[in-house]
Design a protein around this ligand. Sequence first.
Ligand SMILES: *[C@@H]1O[C@H](CO)[C@@H](O)[C@H](O)[C@H]1NC(C)=O
Ligand SMILES: *[C@@H]1O[C@H](CO)[C@@H](O)[C@H](O)[C@H]1NC(C)=O
Ligand SMILES: *[C@@H]1O[C@H](CO)[C@@H](O)[C@H](O)[C@H]1NC(C)=O
Ligand SMILES: *[C@@H]1O[C@H](CO)[C@@H](O)[C@H](O)[C@H]1NC(C)=O
Ligand SMILES: *[C@@H]1O[C@H](CO)[C@@H](O)[C@H](O)[C@H]1NC(C)=O
Ligand SMILES: *[C@@H]1O[C@H](CO)[C@@H](O)[C@H](O)[C@H]1NC(C)=O
Ligand SMILES: *[C@@H]1O[C@H](CO)[C@@H](O)[C@H](O)[C@H]1NC(C)=O
Ligand SMILES: *[C@@H]1O[C@H](CO)[C@@H](O)[C@H](O)[C@H]1NC(C)=O
Length: 675
Amino acid sequence: MTLLRSFIFLSGLGLAHSASVTVYYVPGQTPLTGSLTGAAAAAAYTGAAAYNPTVLNAPALPNPLPPLQFPIQLQNGDSQLSIQQPGSFFGFSIEMSVANQVLGKNSSAIQVPFLNLMGNLQQRSGGVHIRVGGNTQETAVLVDQISDGRILEKNQTGSSNPTQTPPLIFTRDLLYMMRNISSMVNVHWFLGIPFLENDPSRLGIAEAGQSILGDYLIGLQAGNEPDLYGQHQHRDPAYAPSDYVAELQTLVQQISSDANVPNQGLLIAPNVATGPWTPEMVWDTGMVDTFSSNLAFLAVEHYPADNCVAQFHTPGTPVDPQQLFPSYLDHNAGINIVKPYLNSTNFAQQKNKKLLMFETNTGSCGGFAGISDSFGAALWGLDYAMQMAYSNFSGLCSILVVKMSSITLSHVGALGSSVIILTCSIAPPTNQSTFHQWTVGPIYYSALAMAEAIGPSNTTQIKDLNTSSVLTPAYGIYENGTPVRVALFNYMTDPTGNSNYTASISIGGGTTGQPNGSPAQVKVKYLQAASVSQKGNITWAGQTFGDHFASDGRPQGTEDIRVVQCDQNANTCAINVPAPGFALVFLSDSAQTETAGAPTTTFATTFRTKTQNTATVDPAVLATSNGHSGGNGQLGSTSKGSVSGASGLRQVLPGVSMITAIVAGAWVVGQALIR
Ligand SMILES: *[C@@H]1O[C@H](CO)[C@@H](O)[C@H](O)[C@H]1NC(C)=O
Ligand SMILES: *[C@@H]1O[C@H](CO)[C@@H](O)[C@H](O)[C@H]1NC(C)=O
Ligand SMILES: *[C@@H]1O[C@H](CO)[C@@H](O)[C@H](O)[C@H]1NC(C)=O
Ligand SMILES: *[C@@H]1O[C@H](CO)[C@@H](O)[C@H](O)[C@H]1NC(C)=O
Ligand SMILES: *[C@@H]1O[C@H](CO)[C@@H](O)[C@H](O)[C@H]1NC(C)=O
Ligand SMILES: *[C@@H]1O[C@H](CO)[C@@H](O)[C@H](O)[C@H]1NC(C)=O
Ligand SMILES: *[C@@H]1O[C@H](CO)[C@@H](O)[C@H](O)[C@H]1NC(C)=O
Ligand SMILES: *[C@@H]1O[C@H](CO)[C@@H](O)[C@H](O)[C@H]1NC(C)=O
């Protein structure tokens, strides 16, 4: 999003041994093992940033409070509905260089927690869309084999210029791994064609991607954030939309003469960061008409804020997360990100194309400790996703990151990084089970609730109900013009309960005199935590993925679905929404989508590992996996002295030997299965 995004000044790299987490630190400081439970002062914390314990203060309550009793009137055939939205609307973006961390080690060692997490979404929405790409796709080279047997590696030898992303090499097995995942959960994939070199273009990923993934490959990105190419010295500083379009022309020509790329209509463009260029600057080149038959999707990328100063010591004043926190905690947060794209979603419809938000999250340059990992981020992500759906985007890829780096700074509040959706398979810094070991971040809960809100029909429509307060927004969700679900948010934090609100939902009837369509009862699921600043232990319908290192990807606890009796005389269903919280109201039993997306399936894989600590990953790969910065040659360059003999960061694979079956939608992965 800014020039700053590409710079990394991780100046030291400490490696811990097996079953410890890697800690990145500034020179002269000793890497400490982070305590997960200790109430360490935030400024003293030097553990992995993904586990930075900073807890912010929830914003103060407004005075006066917004209305705490208000009606919500829905009609059959309501107007101002969005276009039809797919269940897969809320997708993920995985930086290519960490795909072997998140997805699995290779095609026969797939991460069980990942499968479970995607399976949860498929159950509700029918399928998941995942992009494997980002800055590191731009230099990726398909090779037949990597000498150490890995499927993916950064070629540090090839990175001479410290500001350039080290070239990435990968083997076909990465694609086989993705294909294998799609045979187990209904994941469709986006990949990217390297764009930085285009004479000739490296079409290997398009060729192998199409032949291996077949119909599971639904898009090939052409250029990642080309509006930043000039700033990032990939191109002339004056690089303009017309230059990008000329390069796109070159790529299209090469693809059209490559018999091994049979589907020439999969490209995704222009993927602007909406930094130096607006999307309109690209639309106005006529690109969409010129390449219409080659374009599967149009896309943009955007983060609402960046933490580059704190994270990478770039010039400027570090953002204080506490000051920033309230800006995520009302309905305007999502509206303001989406507003600059309303003309583009309209333009896309005119051109019969779909517009994607291809990369987004709470903040670039690692996000903000205390914000990105808080319950507030879950509410923010869900409201933002619904706002995008209402505004006629056709999907989003929220960045999914394996994030471990931490930099201790003297500036209070500007600590490390914490853009986390999932933090995967990181050996915990304390002695914990190697079995329940993933950390599921707040944005995953957003995705889960969104999957259930949209459901699997692929024809769902959304309407922002425009309630009177930005602290209590609501959306209506429709099938065939009929309201089926209602989404209610409460951004306030008030442990006294005095800021809970009651929305009185009525359907049909009411002021417009339509027939009384109010049901006798509705069901409600809540997304909840005690405060918007709470970390971990968020619940969705009473179930949770726990705190740090607590999850194997299956929800834990007993599901809690509330039944609310409606007042059929008054034609209202009174729904209480706690402060803070989110309620998804199912207006009929058939509106429940919890298991509507996927049948119960039984299958086996050949996944096997030793019971622990079997895989190693390149720490440099992880260190740069913040979803937007491709890393640079400096990383690790001063690290040799602190490597202390470790061969690499240990990744602990699940302490299980086999995935056996899906039972009632949950992947059964248990101690009992260890052979
Ligand atoms: C995949 O990884 C597993 C676990 O490390 C290993 O046993 C297996 O040999 C690897 N498979 C291939 C094809 O490299
Ligand atoms: C890594 O980069 C170096 C320098 O560009 C190159 O000679 C080498 O072939 C690359 N390695 C692989 C496996 O591509
Ligand atoms: C909307 O986008 C189109 C296509 O780029 C452009 O011609 C038009 O001027 C834009 N309208 C506004 C209000 O920005
Ligand atoms: C979304 O698209 C629909 C259908 O074209 C249109 O009626 C609606 O106004 C659009 N919504 C927004 C917010 O642009
Ligand atoms: C972890 O803790 C258990 C029980 O306290 C102990 O038996 C085990 O040796 C410990 N493992 C490590 C790697 O410290
Ligand atoms: C919805 O889209 C998914 C692709 O994500 C597809 O697999 C599924 O079959 C579609 N469902 C329906 C009901 O069309
Ligand atoms: C939302 O309500 C406000 C008044 O509360 C009104 O000014 C605005 O036009 C409404 N927006 C929509 C999209 O209906
Ligand atoms: C995964 O892919 C490899 C390579 O195509 C194949 O040999 C293996 O059987 C697949 N494994 C699963 C579990 O589908």
